[in-house]
Design a protein around this ligand. Structure first.
Ligand code: NDP
Length: 239
């Protein structure tokens, strides 16, 4: 199997899209490094990963702790000497409100989790990804990054910044074995979506498990595209 023996780091692995992606990668026998704050959620993902035939190392941390992200790269280097995949999935929504009303703390959190943490991780993990035979990075964005909408400004700003980082890193990796791409999952049945759209019937939305195979594909050695932005819905021919 293509994922056999690969070491893949997944952020936001305690629930939602991150958990489903970890389980899909486990089915390909990858070893997962699972990152989030909620230990119980990480343990549930670990159980599901093992049931799917994979194995995991749990790393409970707050992505706002930049020093911990630096230490993570160093620990992974000591243990495995390389990293084959990085699914930069963790994110926060902030609050849906006019920009002029957005709380300063929430604005700072949007930047810290959705942008700065991913840059700190790329910085910490790049030497490891470059040592892989086929390093693959997928960063999770949103259609709002390119089509801002009233009241979603903080979140949209953070995803636009993330896409800029992603495309810059992709360009820097062009002549290497590392491939860097963006995934826009579209609306998915998760806690974040329920918070954003409380009146919506979740049954009408794709599940994280629907999206996970595309994530696994984009993280596989066979994936050759670089600097692309894939839309889950378009990939299924829905839009
Ligand atoms: P969830 O809210 O279900 O999961 C978010 C994950 O991020 C959790 O595992 C959470 O773990 C982790 N996380 C949040 N803050 C921190 C932090 N400070 N430190 C460590 N981990 C953190 O969201 P989704 O699964 O829906 O979202 C996954 C990604 O997909 C996000 O980037 C989101 O923006 C994007 N997306 C989602 C869409 C949707 O409709 N669901 C649509 C478009 C994009 P914990 O709380 O345990 O720390």
């Amino acid at each position: 199997m293509s994922g056999d023996g690969r070491i893949v780091l997944v952020t936001g692995a305690s629930r939602g899209i991150g958990r489903a992606a970890a389980i899909a990668l486990a089915a390909e026998k990858a070893h997962l490094i699972l990152v989030a704050r909620t230990v119980g959620g990480l343990e549930e993902t670990d159980d599901a990963v093992q049931a799917a035939g994979g194995s995991a190392t749990l790393v409970p941390l707050d992505l706002r702790d930049g020093d911990a992200l630096d230490r993570l790269g160093a620990s992974l280097f000591e243990r495995w000497g390389k990293l084959d995949g990085f699914f930069a999935n963790a994110g926060v929504l902030g609050a849906l409100t006019p920009l002029a009303h957005l709380d300063v703390k929430l604005f700072d959190e949007l930047l810290a989790v959705n942008v700065t943490a991913n840059w700190r991780l790329l910085r910490s993990l790049d030497p490891l990804l470059q040592r892989s035979e086929a390093g693959r990075v997928v960063l999770v964005s949103s259609s709002l990054a390119r089509k801002p909408r009233a009241f979603w400004g903080g979140y949209a700003m953070s995803k636009a910044a993330l896409e800029s980082l992603a495309l810059t890193y992709a360009a820097e990796c062009e002549s290497t074995k590392v491939r860097v791409n963006i995934l826009n999952p579209g609306p998915v049945r998760t806690a974040m979506r329920a918070k954003a759209m409380p009146g919506e019937d979740p049954e009408t939305l794709p599940t994280p498990e629907d999206v996970a195979p595309l994530v696994a594909q984009m993280l596989s050695p066979e994936w050759s595209e670089n600097g692309a932005c894939l839309n889950y819905r378009e990939s299924t021919g829905q839009e």
